[in-house]
Design a protein around this ligand. Structure first.
Ligand SMILES: Cc1ncc(C[n+]2csc(CCOP(=O)(O)OP(=O)(O)O)c2C)c(N)n1
Ligand SMILES: [Mg+2]
Length: 639
């Protein structure tokens, strides 16, 4: 057997650069390179290997969490067919990646994490940054990755790579299993050498399948659809990852079944299709939510039915509503006691189409859907046209970005009040136009994610929409975008704190406590009852962005904002458009609900009132049990 004497770390990189994927005949390398931050836990191992193999491009990040976000966003834009590896030192460098791992796993996005780990040989322990345990020497902080990884391993002998790396690739490239994969690499073993079989480093092609569902289930599904009176499609992220949007459009055109979209699925159908109802669920439109309420058949495609999609299980109120779920993951396909079509979204819709030959929803149902579509469009128009003063409203600023950005652009966001407003208001013109990380809704994803998106689609303009809270949590990758020459257009909306949680807090009767960025008064942070009677902080976010190398345009009015969106086109590097907006002028919710617990006991009458309203809404939450639906199943605590 031919062997090659390499360090474990060199073997990792030599293996990774030879992994390719293929779907529908198109081949590409699975890894676009490696992001990393070096410390004593990886500098002499993976760091040395990357230096020796410059054809596997190394990128510097500023924060380990951020680099995982970059990789996840990149993978999302690439429909999960390509990603980055991420290398960190041991200890804090490693645990900084845990949040990123959770985000990737929840959103079903492939990322490969290579945290350094404590010495396998142990004799010099405790090493710098080592967590010691008195009852085991086989524990390190990297064990914290286990619940947030789809595959986790620790490489304590160099030859373990021979079985670990293929498993890592199997999971990363599996449409159903994918998420974060963590290989903890002890710092001593990284630098140890071993005679690896040369065959281990030969080019390997991973075929990404388009699995087809069981034939019998397909026939049953066709029969259920034919028998339904008020069917509704919920399009989730799986539609976009499977590149099923064109097939979905055909399916909708032929059947007349209207479509509501989840956060990850928005853009599945162009916003101006007459059967597009836009966003569904807690942040949905009245169009989608009204049809969901009375639907007798819900066809979920590539959705995992988060509480935002189901309005905390209150969205579907028809007593005998049934579900058909098309999903690559059996786990998601089975949700809500559905008829499970376990398979790729595109392949499954292709199989279903001929079985529905001649089928159409009734004319009255179709025209109801089309009227709702038009009515919703008018509502968007109304909100885009608000000119709030002195500070503009978020809705009008979203309208300006939507209308003044190229239709080919990517708009990206993750947390705050923006996601809900964007879900309702953004007019998605292509499947990548609307990029929301809303599985984890992680403050700090925005700028890092924007960089990942831009690296994945350098020909598209990338608009990062970010609140002041998220901006303060992680703005460091502005520097990386400048270093690597990827231009981001960052729209920074400053409302001096948490508009989102402020409004949530008020809805619970709590007056926005702890959500404003103001000085304390008499040892307490003022809430919304203090009104304007507060001292604001001397923080200058525009100057902050400028100090990181960004081109900054500060605006005060809607007109200046519009001018800035135009001016930014001529700038070559990452730019920040800074504007203050109103904390209270919000976009309402439309016939939907989200279950957030309210204190059962309080001295404040508003909290008591909120609790009573909450208890009333909870009665609408449903279990879906299949054939015989049961409404009004008592909860254990309030039987
Ligand atoms: C990492 C993280 N911490 C906390 C939260 C909870 N949270 C959701 S939105 C939000 C406030 C966001 O503030 P900002 O970015 O200014 O947006 P705004 O609400 O003002 O629109 C918080 C704290 C979160 N989603 N992510
Ligand atoms: Mg804010």
């Amino acid at each position: 057997m031919q062997t090659q004497y390499l360090t474990m770390a060199q073997a990792v990189i030599a293996f990774l650069k030879n992994q390719y994927v293929e779907r529908d005949g198109a081949e590409q390398p699975f890894f676009a390179g490696c992001f990393g931050i070096f410390g004593h836990g990886n500098v002499g191992g993976i760091g040395q290997a990357l230096q020796q193999m410059p054809d596997f491009r190394y990128y510097q990040a500023r924060n380990e969490q951020a680099m995982v976000h970059i990789a996840a966003a990149y993978a999302k834009v690439k429909n999960r067919l390509q990603t980055f590896a991420c290398t960190s030192s041991i200890g804090p460098g490693a645990t900084n990646m845990v949040t990123g791992a959770a985000l990737a796993t929840i959103n079903r996005l492939p990322v490969l994490l290579l945290p350094g780990d404590i010495f396998a040989r142990r004799n010099v322990a405790p090493v710098l940054q080592q967590l010691e345990s008195e009852h085991s020497q086989d524990i390190s902080v990297n064990d914290a990755f286990k619940p947030v990884s789809r595959y986790w391993d620790r490489i304590s002998r160099p030859e373990q790579l021979l079985t670990a790396l293929p498993e890592a690739m199997r999971v990363l490239t599996s449409p159903a299993e994918t998420g974060a994969v963590t290989l903890a690499l002890p710092q001593d073993v990284q630098a140890e050498a071993y005679a690896y079989p040369v065959a281990f480093f030969s080019r390997r092609l991973w075929h990404i399948p388009r699995n087809r569902p069981d034939r019998h289930a397909l026939e049953q599904a066709a029969a259920l659809i034919r028998a339904s009176q008020r069917p509704l499609i919920i399009a989730g992220g799986g539609v976009i990852y499977a590149e099923a949007t064109e097939t979905l459009r055909q399916f909708v055109d032929r059947s007349g079944i209207p479509v509501g979209e989840t956060m990850a699925g928005k853009g599945s159908l162009s916003y101006n299709h007459p059967l597009s109802l836009g966003a569904i669920g807690a942040t949905g439109t009245f169009a989608a939510n009204r049809l969901a309420r009375d639907a007798d058949l819900v066809i979920g495609i590539g959705t995992r039915y988060s509480d935002f999609t189901t309005s905390s299980k209150t969205a579907f109120q028809a007593p005998d509503v049934r579900f058909i779920n098309i999903n690559v993951a059996e786990f998601d396909a089975a949700k809500h006691a559905a008829l499970a079509l376990t398979g790729d979204a595109r392949a499954t819709l292709e199989e279903l189409l001929p079985l529905l030959n001649g089928y159409q929803v009734t004319g009255s149902y179709r025209s109801q859907a089309e009227q709702l579509h038009a009515a919703w469009d008018a509502e968007v128009e109304r909100i885009y046209a608000i000119r709030h003063e002195p500070l503009p409203s978020q809705g009008e600023l979203i309208g300006a970005v939507n209308e003044l950005s190229s239709p080919e652009a990517i708009m990206l966001c993750a947390a705050g009040s923006l996601p809900g407003d964007l879900h309702k208001l953004w007019r998605a013109r292509h499947p990548k136009n609307y990029h929301l990380e809303y599985g984890y809704s992680c403050m700090g994803y925005e700028i890092a994610g924007g960089l990942g998106a831009k690296m994945a689609a350098p020909d598209r303009d990338v608009y990062v929409m970010v609140g002041d809270g998220s901006y303060l949590m992680m703005n460091s990758e502005i520097v990386t975008s400048i270093q690597e020459g990827y231009k981001l257009i960052i729209v920074l909306l400053d409302n001096q704190g948490f508009k989102s949680i402020g409004s949530l807090s008020r809805s619970l009767g709590q007056e926005g406590f702890g959500t404003r960025y103001v000085y304390p008064q008499n040892g307490v942070l003022p809430d919304d009852t203090a009104g304007k009677d507060v001292r604001t902080l001397p923080v200058d976010l525009a100057a902050n962005a400028r100090s990181l190398g960004a081109h900054v345009i500060e605006c005060k009015t809607y007109a200046e904002f519009v001018a800035a969106l135009d001016a930014v086109q001529a700038v070559e590097r990452t730019s920040v458009i800074y504007i203050q907006n109103d904390r209270y002028e919000g976009v309402p919710s439309y016939e939907s609900w989200w279950d957030v617990p309210v204190a059962a006991v309080s001295d404040m009458p508003q909290v008591q009132a909120a609790h009573a309203a909450w208890a009333e809404m909870r009665k609408q939450e449903r279990y879906f049990l299949g054939q015989e639906q049961q409404a009004g199943i008592p909860t254990t605590t309030e039987a």
